[in-house]
Write a protein that binds this ligand. Structure first.
Ligand SMILES: [Zn+2]
Length: 349
């Protein structure tokens, strides 16, 4: 396995639902320690690593959290009801195997449901809502579930291991945004001759309202910022290129604009810098003009008096499901682009 693939696999298999990023943070801290001058965790839990230099001061951000669930109520038969953390499409939660992260360790469970055999005709046509789903951990009573460590507030993630698919494609439960984290880690390892001061921020709670991005950007007050993310493609059945003109295998994505109103319109100066980094180094890239979906960039660029911010994403299929797919070559190219961007930032800002 290549170095980057091995790193991505480890990160995707790690568990860190929004607000519970400790394990991921520890893993990343170990990875980046040799390549940075200073590492600290801020009050909200963001991991901030700094490589000292001159100006400008650039903030790089990737979010550590993944979408998941949280236990809400255990009924007297030991079945667990939950709330969602992050943007789930309810149908993708049904009948998954999950891991409940209790104080006593990991407990496995499945999202149970009424068998289709017992459903009335109309019922089979309606999607099941998350609020009507429950988790079966094999307990037969509330007491037994509690003895296993499950209680209100227990964080829950998908039990879906990282795997290689055909060609250079891979799939994992948390490629959003551990793919972005892997790119950022590898960038810290590879950058050299950097005149800028680099603050690499591994943010918390992005999936529940861009929270870590907001506080860390305020605290750091950088001159310029870049977000390392994943974004969905229009290259598979069920969606058309006119809906999202991005493809897997065609290289990293530079955002021009995403989300109408609550997203970001990337400043022209940032676009010139990123396109130049790609073109001067023969790195293929795709341009994204999207209408829906936010990233940490949506909030970072509005910090203080405004911060020029860009987004580099790796194209991915089936985001916000436990089976997100991406190409390792695209991920390698995202690293190359981020490295070249950081190395040339002083010429643009
Ligand atoms: Zn994300």
């Amino acid at each position: 396995m290549s170095r980057l693939k091995d790193l991505l696999s480890k990160l995707s298999n790690a568990h860190g639902v929004s607000g519970y990023e400790n394990n991921v943070r520890r893993m990343i801290e170990d990875e980046i320690r040799p390549y940075v001058d200073e590492i600290r965790t801020d009050k909200l839990g963001n991991l901030i690593a700094t490589k000292r230099g001159g100006s400008p001061r650039i903030m790089l951000a990737a979010h550590m959290d993944e979408i998941g669930l949280m236990a809400k109520y255990v009924d007297d038969k030991g079945f667990i009801y939950f709330t969602t953390a992050g943007g789930w499409f309810d149908q993708t939660i049904l009948n998954q195997r999950m891991i409940l992260h209790t104080e006593n360790g990991q407990v496995y469970g499945v999202i149970g449901s009424k068998p289709p055999h017992a459903m009335k005709e109309e019922e089979t046509k309606k999607p099941v809502k998350a609020e009507n789903m429950f988790i079966d951990i094999g307990a037969t009573s509330r007491e037994e579930a509690q003895k296993m460590g499950v209680r209100a507030g227990t964080p829950i993630t998908s039990d879906m291991e990282f795997r290689s698919l055909g060609g250079d494609m891979v799939t994992g439960k948390a490629l959003d945004d551990r793919g972005g984290c892997a790119v950022l880690i590898e960038t810290l390892r590879q950058i050299k001759d950097v005149k800028a001061t680099v603050h690499a921020v591994f943010t918390v709670q992005e999936e529940v309202g861009l929270k870590g991005g907001r506080t860390s950007a305020f605290g750091l007050e950088p001159d310029v910022a870049l977000v390392s993310e994943v974004t969905f493609t229009g290259d598979h059945p069920g969606i058309e290129m006119k809906d999202q003109a991005l493809e897997i295998g065609k290289g990293p994505v530079i955002t021009v604009s995403d989300a109408e109103g609550d997203g970001i319109i990337v400043p022209e100066r940032v676009l010139r810098w990123l396109k130049n980094a790609a073109e001067a180094n023969g790195i293929p890239y795709q341009l994204k003009v999207g209408t829906k979906g936010q990233t940490d960039a949506s909030i970072i660029h509005l910090s203080r008096e405004g911060i020029p911010t860009g987004v580099i994403s790796t194209p991915s299929r089936y985001i916000h499901t436990p089976v997100t797919v991406m190409s390792m070559n695209d991920l390698e190219k995202s690293v190359e682009l981020l490295v070249k961007a950081v190395e040339s930032v002083d010429r643009f800002f």
